[in-house]
Ligand binder design. Sequence first.
Ligand code: SF4
Ligand code: SF4
Length: 512
Amino acid sequence: MGFLERIFREPRWGVHPDDRKRPAADAPLRKLPPPARVYMPLQQHVGGAARPIVLAGQKVLKGQLIAEASGNISAPIHAPVSGIVAAIGDVTAPHASGLPFAAITLASDFEERWVEGEEISDPFSLAPEEVARRTAAAGIVGLGGATFPAAAKFALGRRLKVDTLIVNGGECEPYLSADDRIMRDRPDEVVDGVRIVMHAIGARQALVGIEDNKPEAIAAMRVAAAAFPEVNIRPVPARYPMGSDRQLIITLTGREVPADARAAEVGVLVHNVSTCAAVHRAVRFGRPLVERIVTVNGGAVTRPGNVFAPIGTLVQELLDFCGLDEAPARIVMGGPMMGTPLAHGQVPLVKGASGILAFDAREAHVPPAGPCIRCGNCTRACPMGLQPLELGARVRAGDLDGAAKLHLGDCMSCGCCAYVCPSHIPLVQYFNHAKGELWAKERAKLRTEATKRLAAARLERVEREAREKAEAAARRKAERAAAKARTAAEAQAGAESGAAPPAQSQHEGETA
Ligand code: SF4
Ligand code: SF4
């Protein structure tokens, strides 16, 4: 790319951190042997938690359904190893809180016996609804970290008639290279998955956005897509957060997604490259989502790289597999900008986790925060066009409603503002805290309104029942009175008509 072209193409938002992807990105993919135990959380996706359908002590095959989806926005869970159900109960969540959450624990028999999958040679002969059904049954969710059930997105795409599938190969967070690796090692699977997703949603074209710091992935994907003109491989400038849906959409299509709208409303749908590869395996081979590629990286790791591992593997086992030079000063699940800090490594790998980072003391060091010098760096860096310094000031002053008026709700917690802040103000922490408070307030408001609605409905029901009861009683009373009046009238009529004949007959008798 020429100098001028670069200047015009270079986005004006975001930041350009040292990507630290190599040497991990260049190391050959390794496969983790089946662990002795895996822990499958029932909530690994956006939506309702899955419902267990197995019992402790039951034997299972690899890929067997062990928990079913609980509604349209949910995803089933399958066994990542063959073996036995060891327990159903709480394990530590992959979250900074370290709180427990429900999971199914499986003890491996190390035999890797797969459940039989339904294979199909021509997925394009299937109805789009059948492609969606197979994708949903395989428990596929957004593997870039969003974890939204993929098939639910297909339905949205068909309903809103999207014309373009955007395939996210951006992987803009530093240290991560799981998507890079799948595009280099399995480009045919990715491209086939892209075409299957296009078929499922009815898109005319696919634009695969890959950051230009991944030349090997771009080359491999171009070869794999050469025979399919509807699949376009598009290098995009390496800039964080290029991998966010809105940024990738506007970069590739020029279409802007309004803050309160969904991508499908501007005619596009976004799926990650790893999600597309998972759709390929699910639809063509009936293989559910039980394994994934995860980057293990960071200054404390001896052999950083990408590992093909069963979902549910303990983070500590992944770190031990790659080796540790020292005890990590901080462990993060996901990327360093938007990932989840972990209290320890005794938590399971989940479907949406593309990286496990073990930082050394230097990487984990956070300088103390100073006062805001109003340099404006944060405002220039914000990809959502927000004013982080003003937002930060409102949140610090406890004026959450003021922050909401400045569109705090549009903040995607990308961390660009904090990254460029010379005073090291933990802006994202402020914003996440404030969003949590506002969300809790909104939920409390909704709960209060729901309670009020219920109370009003109850009062109305009680009044209606009392009214109906009174009306029924009045009706019965009126009916009784009417019946009484009728009886009296009949009796009267009977008496009148009954008294005359005897008198007449008597008279007649007398006459006779
Ligand atoms: S970057 Fe930091 S110091 Fe500069 S204006 Fe924003 S909050 Fe203030
Ligand atoms: S974290 Fe929020 S406010 Fe800060 S740059 Fe990202 S979107 Fe903007």
